[in-house]
Design a protein around this ligand. Structure first.
Ligand SMILES: Cc1ncc(COP(=O)(O)O)c(C=O)c1O
Length: 445
């Protein structure tokens, strides 16, 4: 035990609910008290002076590694020129908007904001205004932020899954599960939930609610539950159903955007969404996000604040975030970052999968590109949340604790993922696999 850590965490608990800014961040305490004071490259330094290889990367944004010199220099230069203007526009804002229009195949107009939740909120308001409808269709296991419009059926309790899935008279539709106390029931009741990767369920729900639907939102690769890969029939049904009914299709690319491809997951999957939300890897850790999409949808927000759709935010388009984004996006594209870091991801997945086999441990390694998750007690390719919900969380926490003792940090939440960055190397890989070998060998039966 380290005195400084103890004192700091105890002070945190006395002035911050749970001692961390979010419940998910507080889960790190399941590995013992810990507090951070520096981050560089792929390494975190704790207040106890410990160095940990960072596989958490703040839930994903830090694609180029911590303290990337060029990105930080760009952000600092922007601050030196002026922190916030809050009227009309700036050249930087125009340049980054042009960049997103250029990079993301479906995007014609762009609005900036500061977080993924804001981006999905704006997207849904635009979709509701366009259709005049209120219902939103989402998929079980997809996370789109903390607001009432979407924080539904992300991690419904596994124990209630069967009962819940069958308690509705609406065929394969699922009962919406509010993820938080205090949510507006009207928002929850306006959410139609179907399983991911189930084209028949999607068609049935579209048939049933099509005239009342404002939009369909999904993570194109749901990483909120590790990794679900969308099947072609599912993607075909998504495009066909939303096109036929003029219901905006919203791609939440908050995790996938720029991490899996400089042109978004939409380019990889060859799907053209109507609205796209990006955040995280766009700014390498700086707070910057955007909603973009079809010109007629976004143009609804181009009014005079008294007509059309209100999109607002004092800090939207902050020069610091945008300067970081401009530099990050340049590097992502020029240095083939998704491909390079993704190839390292393949080596982690392969190595870790071999170790599970060697030790005869029931489990699987899932992932895509620079993201991977090890899930214990479940096997086979997961198609939907139901295939993930039975995983063995205790075993994962044991694994996370053993790895943390050996200098590798990731959140002990079994649904979450490891992220890699440009700063991770084959040496990190070798050390990770060596230590994972030892930890897996010692996992309780
Ligand atoms: C897919 C997805 N969408 C939206 C969000 C919300 O983003 P933020 O935490 O920046 O509000 C997240 C955050 O993890 C996410 O993973």
């Amino acid at each position: 035990m380290d005195d400084r850590t103890d004192r700091l965490v105890s002070r945190a608990r006395s002035v911050i609910p749970g001692g961390a800014q979010t419940g998910l961040r507080a889960q790190a305490y399941e590995l013992g008290d810990i507090a951070f004071e520096a981050a560089e490259g792929a390494t975190l330094t704790t207040v106890a002076g410990e160095s940990l290889t960072d596989y958490h990367l703040a839930f994903g944004p830090v694609l180029l590694g911590h303290g990337h010199e060029a990105v930080d220099a760009a952000a600092k230069a922007a601050i030196d020129s002026g922190v916030l203007y809050g009227a009309a526009t700036t050249e930087l804002e125009v340049e980054v908007a042009e960049r997103l229009v250029d990079l993301l195949p479906s995007v014609e107009l762009v609005n900036f904001c500061n977080s993924g939740s804001e981006a999905t909120y704006h997207a849904i308001r635009l979709a509701r205004a366009h259709t005049g409808n209120e219902k939103i269709l989402k998929f079980e296991g997809c996370y789109h932020g903390w607001h009432d419009y979407v924080d539904v059926s992300v991690y419904p309790p596994p124990a209630e899954l069967d009962e819940r899935n069958r308690s509705t008279d609406a065929g394969p539709e699922l009962d919406p599960y509010p993820e938080s106390d205090g949510m507006l029931s009207a928002a929850v009741d306006s959410t139609v939930v179907v399983p991911f990767n189930d084209p028949d369920a999607l068609r049935a729900a579209m048939e049933r609610h099509g005239d009342d639907l404002a939009g369909v939102i999904l993570e194109p690769v749901p990483h909120s539950v590790g990794c679900l890969r969308p099947t072609d029939p599912f993607l075909d049904a998504l495009e066909a159903e939303t096109d036929a009914r003029d219901v905006p299709l919203v791609f939440d690319e908050v995790i996938t955007g720029f991490r899996h491809s400089a042109h978004g997951m939409q380019a990889e999957l060859d799907v053209t969404p109507d609205l796209t939300c990006v955040a995280k890897a766009m700014g390498n850790g700086y707070p910057v996000a955007a909603v973009g999409g079809r010109a007629d949808l976004l143009a609804q927000a181009g009014g005079d604040h008294e007509s059309g759709v209100v999109i607002s935010g004092t800090y939207s388009g902050s020069p610091m975030g945008l300067a970081a984004a401009r530099e990050t996006l340049d590097i992502v594209e020029a240095e083939d970052v998704p491909e390079r870091v993704g190839a390292l991801g393949d080596r982690y997945r392969e190595g870790l999968g071999d170790l599970l086999d060697d030790h005869g441990i029931e489990g699987r390694v899932v992932g895509y590109g620079s993201i991977f998750s090890v899930q214990f007690g479940v096997t086979g390719e997961p198609r939907d949340y139901g295939d993930v919900a039975g995983l063995d969380g205790d075993r994962f926490r044991e694994f996370a604790a053993g790895m943390r003792e050996r200098g590798h940090f990731f959140t002990p939440n079994p649904y979450k993922r490891h992220h890699l960055s440009l700063a991770h190397t084959d040496d990190h890989l070798a050390a990770y696999l060596d230590d994972a070998d030892e930890v897996l060998a010692g996992l309780s039966a």
